[in-house]
Write a protein that binds this ligand. Structure first.
Ligand code: SF4
Length: 580
């Protein structure tokens, strides 16, 4: 385990409260660390500063010093150093914390400023909260309760702007709700590297639009919906399907590549409605790819496996496990296992135990695509490193199972256990599949499940809990969001039963109990428990694997801002606290 670097601290005073914050912390974030909320719209901790909404106006001052002697100037009334307050309000977003900085956020002047900004923002706003999809998570709605006037002094005709404009396949724009904060514009340019959005016209007529001939269709477009502080941008997949306050939030991970972006799964009554990014400054900042957001549709996909089968006939789990046990006996010494870089660490550990009990070789299939140098790596397996850490395999996987194919052709392998992998897609021919008995554990139908002697339906990442090791060798946790599909069993239960059927020692299938065995046997995990694993993950010591010839996707493309690193040129200082 590797300890993170400690940032240099400076002391600032927020509303009379002294607090030490990392040097360079933005004043809005410094206030947040002091438990003080400074309302804002255009400011976002992971984007450049625009300073255009003016909602974060505050009073600011510095300790007075004698210009000639540099000695502190004392206030005789308080016997403390006098503070030179700047005589007009300042925007908090554009100021970084420096030693001795004083900030006032609750004065009559600050309140006046906030109320003025709110009145201007609401002049042309359609005030359609009851039918707006953003209701419940709209910053304009929230701040209007604190700083809104409650009635409008604007008696003129409101501006009419375009409504229901499709900016791209996944993002809908309602221009009348847009407060021109430019978060979406900055995100597209700075993070997605797709300069597609901009404003046209001036003043009250300013309107967000795509540049002529362009669409907001990059694989990160839905992040603009996440960061839009109002209901101007909505997701075509999620809009009008469910009110957010009805939804349960579960911490999860994006399993589409080895980046391991942190996510939140939003569900109600066993159905998932959307997936959004969860902030982890060490992995994905506050972003995720659009492609990872639709993966929840796998849960109820038409090709989902929901029936245990033995020789093509519906069966019960224990009968199928017995059938697998018979195959282990009849092909003793000729069993091979194809594990998966998609399995969790816990599943890979049990797969290793199964391989040991059967004295069977274990293979892993690589899955490589085009890396986008942001949050989708070329390595499309989320947990190849987990297989290395748990000792399931000792080397990186290859795309084709040529060694296994040769062993089948030579008659050395008669039974293959596939943990979720389609053996046909990994290079085994129909003739080779016909020569072996297949025991298939998995979630969706494939040529392998169709050819399998024993089919054991298991769970998607949304229906179980576990851990994955990402491209940084960061061990991260995902939690069960929805109940298991009917007919499918927990992978840990199935694997533990198979280990027992293979003559191995009894192993717990409950994740916390399994972790006691796992941590004791896997040196890299030390004394960690599943429950204690930090929300942002645990960086493992990757020294034993540092020299492996990683594919292109193994390189850490996306470099999150680090509180310990100096701010990049043109960017505000990083912030370590909660998401905006
Ligand atoms: Fe800001 Fe939303 Fe308007 Fe974009 S659409 S400028 S994020 S209010």
């Amino acid at each position: 385990m590797i300890a993170p670097a400690k940032p240099e601290l400076v002391t600032v005073n927020i509303d009379g409260k002294e607090i030490a914050v990392p040097k360079g912390t933005n004043v809005i974030e410094a206030a947040r660390l002091a438990g003080v909320d400074v309302p804002h719209y255009c400011y976002h901790p992971k984007l450049t500063i625009a300073g255009n909404c003016r909602m974060c106006l505050i009073e600011m001052g510095l300790p007075a010093v004698d210009p000639a002697t540099k000695a502190p100037v004392m206030d005789p009334a308080t016997s403390k150093q006098k503070i030179n307050w700047i005589p007009r309000p300042q925007i908090g977003c554009a100021t970084n914390a420096s030693a001795g900085l004083h900030v006032r956020t609750q004065t009559p002047l600050v309140k006046d400023c906030r109320e003025g900004v709110m009145e201007f923002l609401l002049i042309n706003h359609p005030l359609d909260c009851p039918i707006c999809d953003q209701a419940g998570e709209c910053k304009l709605q929230e701040q209007s309760t604190g700083y809104g006037r409650g009635y409008s002094r604007f008696i003129e005709q409101k501006n009419v702007k375009p409504k229901r404009t499709l900016l791209g396949p996944r993002v809908m724009l309602d221009d009348e709700r847009c407060i021109l904060c430019s978060r979406c514009v900055r995100f597209s340019t700075e993070i997605a590297k797709d300069d597609v959005l901009g404003f046209i016209d001036r003043g009250s007529y300013s309107t967000l639009t795509c540049y002529p001939g362009k669409k907001l269709e990059n694989n990160y477009s839905l992040n603009t919906v996440d960061i839009c502080p109002v209901g101007a941008l909505t997701s075509t997949d999620f809009r009008f399907k469910m009110r957010v306050w009805f939804l349960k939030q579960t911490d999860s991970l994006d399993p589409e590549s080895s980046v391991g972006a942190n996510t939140v799964v939003w569900s109600r009554e066993g159905a998932i409605y959307r997936i959004t990014p969860r902030r982890n400054d060490e992995v994905n900042d506050t972003w995720m790819a659009d492609s990872g957001r639709v993966l929840y549709k796998q849960v109820a996909a038409a090709d989902r496996l929901t029936a245990v089968k033995v020789n093509g006939t519906d069966s019960a789990l224990d009968i199928a496990i017995n059938a697998a046990g018979e195959l282990f006996k009849s092909s003793a010494g000729a069993v091979a296992i194809v594990g998966s870089g998609r399995s969790s660490v816990e599943e890979q550990f049990l797969t290793r135990k199964l391989a040991t009990a059967l004295s069977a070789p274990a293979y892993l299939v690589s899955r490589v695509g085009q890396g986008d140098k942001i949050l989708v790596s070329a390595d499309r397996n989320p947990n190849v490193r987990g297989a290395l850490v748990t000792g399931l395999v000792a080397a990186l996987p290859s795309a084709q199972l040529s060694e296994l194919a040769a062993a089948i052709d030579a008659g050395k392998v008669k039974t293959v256990i596939s943990v979720g992998e389609d053996l046909a897609a990994a290079g085994l021919t129909a003739a080779q599949l016909a020569k072996i008995a297949i025991i298939f554990l998995g979630t969706h139908a494939s040529a392998t499940s169709a050819a399998a002697r024993v089919v054991l339906p298991t769970l998607t990442v949304f229906e179980k809990s576990g851990t994955l090791v990402n491209q940084q060798f960061r061990l991260q946790k995902f939690l069960k969001a929805v109940p298991a599909a009917q007919g499918a069993s927990d992978d840990l239960t199935v694997l533990a039963k198979l280990v027992a059927a293979a003559g191995g020692a009894a192993l717990p299938a409950e994740i916390n109990a399994l972790w006691k065995v796992l941590a004791a046997e896997v040196p890299a995990l030390g004394t960690m428990t599943f429950t204690n694993l930090p929300e942002t993950g645990l960086l493992l010591d990757a020294t034993p694997w540092a020299m492996l010839p990683f594919v292109e996707g193994e390189t850490l493309h996306y470099k999150p801002w680090s509180p310990s690193a100096p701010p990049e040129a043109g960017k505000p200082a990083a912030k370590p606290a909660a998401a905006s």
